[in-house]
Design a protein around this ligand. Structure first.
Ligand SMILES: C[S@@+](CC[C@H](N)C(=O)[O-])C[C@H]1O[C@@H](n2cnc3c(N)ncnc32)[C@H](O)[C@@H]1O
Length: 213
């Protein structure tokens, strides 16, 4: 089972009202807890601040069931959600969010023309290599675009690579993921030709805005 299947299964369970929370565990001891039921809801505290950062066309990378994409559209912004999970895209469309089944590392519509990119809900972890992900995000943005990323809380140990997730049947699945706390961001930005414009917290969540250098 690959990352797509891990998310497909979790999102299907959450959408059916079955407990679906799971934890990715890295060999370093790092953990990241995922809460698919929250993604299926309408709003998570702190979302408004993130939406408020977006003032033009916005690509919601790893949109899940479309919570943020639909809020962006509701705010009158041209927005698109992309996700590798077919279940996520189906649910996003069902709530009226424009969404496509796409891998962020593959072909993406309007590449190089997005004014804002979102990596919410810990999605800076997508792919297990934040350097590769931020370089890709830089390619998707216009030259003066903005990337808004949700970080791990300050003090969380950083990790990246292949984590292990225990499936509902008790077997272990591999999931490439990463945890990036604020302390690690300047080095990451430096290594990906980005610069950190701002970091802030809202409702116990940690965010940063970056721009291409
Ligand atoms: C932590 S969840 C994010 C939930 C989402 N932001 C929401 O509000 O529901 C991570 C999402 O990223 C998606 N994902 C994982 N790898 C991806 C990739 N390479 N390209 C696009 N989406 C990806 C997963 O399928 C999953 O839906």
């Amino acid at each position: 089972m690959n990352a797509v299947a891990v998310f497909d299964t979790a999102i299907d369970r959450a959408a059916s009202g079955i407990p679906a929370a799971f934890t990715a565990r890295h060999a370093s001891g790092g953990v990241h807890r995922f809460d698919p039921a929250a993604w299926c809801g309408d709003v998570i505290a702190g979302d408004d601040a993130l939406i408020g950062c977006c003032t033009g066309s916005t690509l919601d990378v790893g949109c899940g069931p479309g919570r943020l994409t639909s809020a962006l559209v509701g705010a009158g912004l041209p927005a698109l959600g992309i996700d590798v999970s077919a279940s996520a895209v189906r649910l996003a469309r069902r709530r009226g969010a424009p969404a496509l089944r796409r891998d962020v590392f593959g072909p993406v519509p309007a590449a190089g023309r997005w004014r804002h990119l979102l990596l919410a809900d810990g999605n800076i972890g997508i792919g297990g290599d934040p350097y590769r992900l931020l370089r890709r995000c830089r390619q998707l943005l216009v030259a003066d675009g903005r990337l808004h990323a949700e970080l791990a809380p300050a003090g969380t140990p950083a990790w990246s690579g292949t984590a292990t997730v225990q499936a509902a049947d008790g077997t272990d699945r591999a999931l490439p993921w990463a945890c990036v706390p604020p302390d690690d961001l300047p080095v990451l930005a430096d290594g990906t030709a980005m610069r950190v414009l701002d970091t802030w917290t809202e409702a116990g969540r940690w965010f940063a805005t970056l721009a291409p250098r």
